[in-house]
Design a protein around this ligand. Structure first.
Ligand code: F6P
Length: 242
């Protein structure tokens, strides 16, 4: 594991964007796994700046998003489709057909998961998977459980996840109860994983995820088994590592 702790958010954002930019410069046909949530916003901002300065192009890149809520349309402001448009896709030259996000509003969700899995299979391997971390140790929307699922699947969100994400909605009742998520098998198959964690409220869970016993009750502990894990933490999240 390659762990870096940053004193300020800007340095973390630049480091995260720098890793992605370098990969795409070296490998213009890179397959990127993208995350949503509050954590990667600043990194996407830096990526957009790198694109605007002509340092990187996404013309031949393919992307896969980790997850999407079930039951809200893609144009809902809090859908992960809308998030990706707002924070990244509308600012760069990634062709629309190269960006894949599960459709949480598909009429047949099992079929949608199969479609997404087939696309992932066709892409062979994600070169770099960006990950945030849920307060309960979830990665993507793979929630703590006594077993975990390898491929893309439908998941019921835990109360704590819905509470954490309620800040983006008018009330908790509007937060979807289910989501589609890439499974842990797909996540762990990525060549490199870039885990990004910020804030004092995640100091304990990230420490447990990276140093505690491996358990499906903390899905992020499985990341300890990955041969190329890069971790970027802000000073608050990294408190217990110092
Ligand atoms: O970055 P946040 O908003 O704390 O979210 C934590 C995690 O939950 C998710 O939103 C669910 O996938 C992830 O994208 C993110 O890593």
């Amino acid at each position: 594991m390659n762990l870096h702790i940053f004193e300020n958010q800007q340095e973390l954002n630049e480091a995260g964007a720098g890793i992605i930019t370098s990969l795409v410069q070296m490998q213009p046909k890179a397959v990127l796994g993208l995350a949503t949530g509050g954590t990667p916003v600043g990194i996407y901002e830096e990526l957009v700046k790198a694109y605007e300065k002509g340092r990187v192009s996404f013309k031949t890149v393919t992307t896969f998003n980790l997850d999407e809520y079930v039951g809200i349309p893609a144009d809902h402001p809090e859908s992960y489709h809308a998030y990706m448009q707002k924070h990244l896709f509308s600012h760069i030259d990634l062709p629309a057909g190269s960006a894949h996000i599960p459709n949480g509003n598909a009429p047949d969700l099992d079929e949608e998961c199969e479609r997404f899995n087939r696309l992932l299979d066709d892409a062979k391997q994600i070169d770099l998977q960006i990950l945030g971390l849920g307060h309960n140790g979830h990665i993507g929307f793979n929630e703590p459980d006594d077993s975990l699922i390898s491929g893309t699947h439908r998941v019921e969100l835990k109360d704590e996840t819905r509470e954490a994400n309620a800040r983006y909605f008018d009330s908790i009742n509007e937060v979807p109860t289910h989501a589609l998520t890439m499974g842990v098998g797909t996540i762990l198959k990525a060549k490199t994983i870039l885990l990004i964690v910020r804030g004092a409220d995640k100091a304990e869970i990230v420490h447990r995820a990276l140093t505690g016993p491996i358990t499906t009750e903390v899905p992020a502990t499985l990341l300890q088994t990955h041969p190329h894990l890069v971790v970027l933490l802000d000073a608050e999240a990294g408190r217990l590592f110092e």
